[in-house]
Ligand binder design. Sequence first.
Ligand code: SF4
Ligand code: SF4
Length: 355
Amino acid sequence: MLAKPRSPDQALAHGVWVKWIGGASNQDLPAIQDLAGIYALAGVHCLDVAADPAVVAAARRGIAWAADHGAERPWLMVSLSDGADPHFRKAWFDPAHCPAECPRPCERVCPAQAIGVPATGQAGVLTERCYGCGRCLPSCPLGLIEERDHQLTSAAVAPLLAALRPDAVELHTRLGRGEAFAQRVEQLRASGVPLKRLAVSCGLEPAVGERATPLPVSPSELAAELWHRFAVLRAAGYRPLWQLDGRPMSGDVGAGTAHAAVNLAMAVAAQSPPGPLQLAGGTNAHSLAVLERQGSKGTVVRGVAFGGVARSLLQPLLQQAQERGRTLLADASLWPQALALAEGLVRPWLALERR
Ligand code: SF4
Ligand code: SF4
């Protein structure tokens, strides 16, 4: 039995913070509403979705459903970027160029069922469902699938934020993009929206074109860049949350990916600026065990975010609901199963201090 749920800020302070990631470019509204509702009811402290009015409205409907079922309202966070970033891409190909005899490996590897079935007349990428995980890109034997970037213009940021009024923002950045980061922060500030946190998402990849030899980048270099971001946030009056992308956009749920996220956090922690540190990228059901083996539960790492694994876990139930012509939240025979699965992923983190 869990104790009384903690507020998002308390969860960060106690190292039991859990965030659900809907995807910075995911516009699959029925799935977002369903997943937001289920994970909010499972007890996550924050829902992180695309900075898109329809997506935010879908997430808020999910939150309202969860609140009606007794959940605490989590923070709503929206994701932005200060430059090109795989989180803000979508896959694209022209199905007219696909040979009729192709066994369609692209369709099979897509975790979001975003690549249409020819029999339905939708053989290409269904843009609203694609969240840019990248799994399909190498799957095409003819190399037909390309990635397309979806980013806001500078002028669009402040009015969009003022319209969405989220509780928090996640800003994806990369090494070498300090100036672009500062500009985005200024645009956020211009919106006048008070933010409870500004989460900075960064991994070890440098900005595209920043280096002749892009890898490897060391954890020390990453920590130095985080200190720069910290100075920008402090000057703007924002409180940071550091999100370390161990393996960005992995879409992977295997045990091995958990190590990348934990190892990066452990390597950077001693040198990172003030503010809570959260695992992301490659996180899954094994992350906590990996963290515990390293001897750090809530001490170094203050929380976790689940994206691909959270969706994959519930995908069969989402599919069943879709086949029944209703949402998961509207199906009383399905949503309790979804909730049990979501709780299985989330509750070990929520219960950390009580072990
Ligand atoms: S595999 Fe990933 S990138 Fe490709 S269509 Fe599906 S969601 Fe989009
Ligand atoms: S694998 Fe390539 S050729 Fe085959 S259906 Fe997919 S995009 Fe078309």
